[in-house]
Design a protein around this ligand. Structure first.
Ligand SMILES: [Cu+2]
Length: 620
């Protein structure tokens, strides 16, 4: 939760309490449009009231908070769904049954939260109207404001989705509208400074209580993400690439022309932004779509327990140790499955740890069986070795856990069967579920990469500790007949040099590593040669900003791939070498350096934690 420092200062109050137990707030899966649609007019009567939100289920203590309901119906988080065909007139009344004035955005003539709002005093009602003329993904929001500053403690729950469908749209059973919400208060007594009820939710619930979407192999699923938190979320899908059809900021939604849609496995959804992802689960089994910020997919008890994270004690019962921003998908088989042909190539990957590498925290590393590093048990190579695989060639990788902690390896971006995908306690099908690998044990996974490109492997267990402390490495999948040329192919991995401890007031931020070092060796390039730079972001909690400069001006390079998938021709363009990318994103660029230009690659964690490092790039 690294961006929250900026808004901490204003988290001062929660809902004013009355003594009576308020009613339960129910989660809203956004599958039933609210209101009454007649003759092209949607009439919707909303009220804002106080209730108890149970994002972890009803057996855990709830959060007393304001939420929206349809008049006379239960409170919902997110609020009632407005979903109409384009051209519908939407007439809404909002009654404020909270004891503070409520500013309501997004239901009047303008979409988003930068436009007009109406302040509704306690016990007052306001009327809103708009014509839903532009198809897309939008939202409405209620905020209590203190001197113009939104109070995030309340912005966490008073919001709902507005979906405007092109006329004639049919909504498939697997289509979803996923609203991301948040709640937290500061508790300096806690290790992370976050209260024990701090939570991030999808449609009002935190994993493992989030909806498990049922689908059938070969379905087409359209999932719209709406980020109504103050945090950045890189949303990552396991096992499949999704197509990015639209992106928006609440005020406007841009549907891309078919030839300008790209494939991704991780896409950034910034605060207030929306993303429409479309994909087809081509293989059956259990999958997840989750946020790649590690603290957004970890239970708050583990975030607040340094001992559990160090592997000293694994108090959490779930094998996968996931929490909050994770959604499960169960895919039923519908067709015969492809059988791997040919003998798999055998590899062995050793998983290691050593205490006291990052202060009192252990370090981890991967070593490739048979390598020099493997022979020296004290070595923790970071990043792990680059696995060079071939498109269409099966591999069998024996994972040997020599570390003190349970282990699991996720093959990030690789389209594979569910079982080897790497989420212990979840990946697989029916009774055959992938276990985590206990210390001293081993497990062999098999897959056949169908796509050539840049990917990575990384831990999917105790990730806040294991990924921050070394358990990641690149994968390069080559086309048949292609050769890996370490001279022309340069892999640059951005990561954390050790675990984060605090997120908020006195953040303790680990250094940013480039290829395992915060002071990387110069990169030596030859003038006139075309290089493929394969950039991987496996930072745990923040964006990476980077720029490749010639005398303080960014040079030009050509974007060629995202998350292992080639960009469509219209997007594979020359552009200034300067961008921000998020944990879990992978980008490939082509660079042809000119003679006599000594370059500098400057990199750092994105704002607000900018600490720039640099690597000299010598061109000869
Ligand atoms: Cu997130």
């Amino acid at each position: 939760m690294n961006q929250i420092a900026a808004v901490l200062a204003v988290v001062t109050s929660t809902v004013l309490l009355s003594n009576a137990d308020p009613p339960r707030i129910v989660p809203n899966d956004n599958q039933r449009p609210a209101g009454r649609l007649e003759n092209g007019v949607l009439r919707l009567h909303l009220e804002a009231r106080e209730g108890m939100w149970h994002p972890h289920g009803y057996d855990r203590e709830g959060i007393r908070i304001g939420a929206f309901a349809e008049e006379g119906a239960p409170l919902q988080i997110p609020g009632p769904l407005v979903r109409v065909p384009a051209g519908t007139e939407v007439r809404t009344t909002v009654r404020n049954a909270l004891d503070r004035p409520l500013a309501v955005f997004g239901l009047g003539a303008q979409r988003g939260v930068s436009g007009d709002s109406v302040l509704i005093r306690p016990r007052q009602k306001a009327e809103f109207r708009f014509v839903a003329d532009r198809p897309g993904t939008y939202y409405y929001m209620g905020r209590h404001e203190q001197a113009g500053v939104p109070d995030p403690a309340l912005t966490g729950s008073l919001h709902g989705a507005i979906i405007v469908d092109p006329p004639g749209t049919t909504i498939a059973p697997g289509d979803r509208v996923m609203v991301i919400s948040s709640w937290f208060t500061i508790d300096p007594a806690k290790f992370s400074d976050l209260s024990s009820d701090a939570v991030l939710t999808v449609n009002g619930l935190a994993w493992p209580h989030t909806e498990v979407v049922e689908a059938t192999q070969g379905d087409t699923l359209e999932w719209r993400w709406i980020n109504l938190t103050a945090l950045h979320h890189p949303m990552h899908l396991h096992g499949f690439h999704f197509r990015v059809d639209a992106r928006g900021d609440g005020a406007r939604d841009t549907l891309y022309a078919p030839e300008r849609r790209w494939l991704a496995v991780t896409e950034h959804v910034a605060p207030g932004e929306t993303l429409t992802s479309v994909w087809s689960p081509a293989r059956p089994g259990n999958w997840i779509f989750h946020c790649h910020m590690q603290s957004h997919m970890t239970p708050i008890e583990i975030i607040n327990s340094p001992l559990a994270r160090r592997g000293a004690a694994h108090g959490h019962d779930a094998q996968h140790q996931m929490g909050m921003l994770v959604v499960g998908i169960r895919v039923k088989p519908s067709a015969s499955r492809p059988q791997a042909t040919g003998r798999p190539r055998q590899m062995r990957l050793l998983i290691r740890s050593r205490p006291g590498v990052y202060g009192e925290n252990p370090g981890y590393g991967y070593a490739l069986g048979g390598s020099l590093e493997a022979r020296d048990p004290g070595r923790l190579p970071v990043p792990g070795p680059t696995l060079v695989l071939k498109q269409g060639e099966p591999v069998a990788i024996n994972l040997v856990n020599q570390s003190h902690d349970p282990a699991a390896v996720h093959w990030h971006g690789i389209e594979l069967e569910s079982y080897p995908d790497g989420v212990p306690g979840w990946s697989g099908e029916g009774d055959r579920i992938l276990p985590s690998i206990p210390p001293g044990d081993s497990l062999t996974v098999r897959f056949t990469p169908p796509r050539a490109g840049t990917f990575m492997y990384h831990s999917h267990f105790n990730e806040m500790q294991q990924i921050a402390s070394g358990l990641y490495g690149p994968i390069v999948v080559l086309k048949p007949g292609e050769r890996f040329d370490p001279e022309a192919d340069r892999v640059l991995v951005f990561s954390d040099g050790g675990p984060w401890t605090r997120f908020t007031v006195d953040s303790l931020v680990p250094p940013t590593f480039l290829n395992g070092r915060s002071d990387p060796e110069p990169l030596r390039l030859r003038a006139g040669t075309t290089y493929r730079l394969r950039l991987i972001n496996i930072l745990t909690e923040s964006s990476a900003r980077l720029e490749l400069l010639n005398r303080e001006e960014p040079v030009e390079w050509r974007a060629i791939a995202k998350d292992g998938a080639d960009l469509p021709p219209g997007l594979a363009t020359l552009r200034p070498a300067q961008f921000t990318f998020l944990p879990g994103e992978i980008r490939d660029f082509e660079l042809t350096p000119a003679a006599g230009s000594d370059l500098v690659l400057r990199f750092g964690k994105g704002p607000p934690r900018e600490v720039w490092r640099q690597m000299a790039v010598q061109v000869r």
